[in-house]
Design a protein around this ligand. Structure first.
Ligand SMILES: NC(=O)c1ccc[n+]([C@@H]2O[C@H](COP(=O)([O-])OP(=O)(O)OC[C@H]3O[C@@H](n4cnc5c(N)ncnc54)[C@H](OP(=O)(O)O)[C@@H]3O)[C@@H](O)[C@H]2O)c1
Length: 236
């Protein structure tokens, strides 16, 4: 491809990079020559993934415990990434979850937990990484949203609300950082077989983690003059 953007030696943060989709994205970015910092709330998940991936990628993989819904932890994590790798070029806001309840049966604490991770977490990560991107006059922020950011689904009210909000946040941020050459993109996948075990068969009706990771690499490798938006992904 002509004029594509090189990812070698660039630095990415993948929130929730210790397992599921986030881990596959992490591996895929490492394979492109990037350095990747991962975070999550569960120590073993982070340390096991780092132990595993460092066998192949050495010191280009690093991570720490960070609950993205906590401003202090998020600010500290981003500082550590800058100290460790010197810069931040790409942010993948992947941490997220939902609660399967009807709207009127959703507890206040479930509402707060989902919104705090899916929306506030993405906001805090942007808040602390965007200044480094502005200084570089480049950067790429990819929010892992969902088809639940575009459609309403029963038993997913708080999840839908959080993903609609994530997309809205990204669209507003895009208008603010366009002048600095920073791209903000939200991906809207349908159901992903994200927790598939190695010996489990592929469910052909579901998206695979690799499909999303490949799409992210495709987006990152586009010339910076190009803006791609509204990518939906479905199993086929
Ligand atoms: N699976 C699907 O069908 C599907 C479809 C569309 C979109 N998505 C989105 O894709 C993303 C990844 O989903 P997945 O299926 O891979 O889920 P997953 O396997 O449950 O992984 C979620 C990751 O987020 C981390 N996380 C959760 N809360 C966090 C917090 N407060 N701070 C930091 N990290 C946190 C988790 O680590 P800890 O628990 O250790 O913190 C975990 O690493 C989510 O945003 C999800 O909404 C999923």
């Amino acid at each position: 491809m002509l004029n594509t953007y090189s990812l070698t030696n660039k630095v990415a943060i993948v929130t929730g990079g210790g397992k599921g989709l986030g881990r596959t994205i992490t591996e895929c970015l490492l394979a492109q020559g990037m350095s990747v910092a991962i975070c999550g709330r569960t120590e073993n998940t982070i340390s096991d993934t780092i132990d595993d991936l460092s066998q192949h990628y050495g010191e280009r993989i690093w991570g720490a415990i960070c609950d993205v819904s906590c401003a202090q932890q998020t600010e500290d994590f981003v500082k550590q990434v800058k100290n460790r790798f010197g810069d931040i070029h790409v942010l993948i806001n992947n941490s997220g979850f939902g609660k399967e309840t009807r709207v009127w049966e959703t507890s206040e604490s479930d509402w707060d937990d989902v919104m705090d991770t899916n929306v506030k977490g993405a906001f805090l990560m942007c808040k602390y990484t965007v200044p480094a991107m502005i200084a570089n006059r480049e950067g790429y922020i990819i929010n892992i949203a969902s088809q639940a950011a575009l459609n309403g689904y029963a038993n997913a009210g708080v999840y839908c609300a959080s993903k609609f909000a994530m997309v809205g946040l990204g669209k507003a941020l895009q208008e603010e950082v366009r002048e600095y050459g920073i791209h903000v993109h939200s991906l809207n996948p349908a159901l992903i077989q994200s927790g598939k075990l190695p010996d489990e068969p592929i469910d052909s009706g579901l998206i695979q983690n690799d499909d999303i990771a490949d799409m992210i690499v495709y987006l990152l490798r586009q010339p910076r003059r190009l803006k791609i938006d509204n990518i939906g992904l479905w199993g086929f």
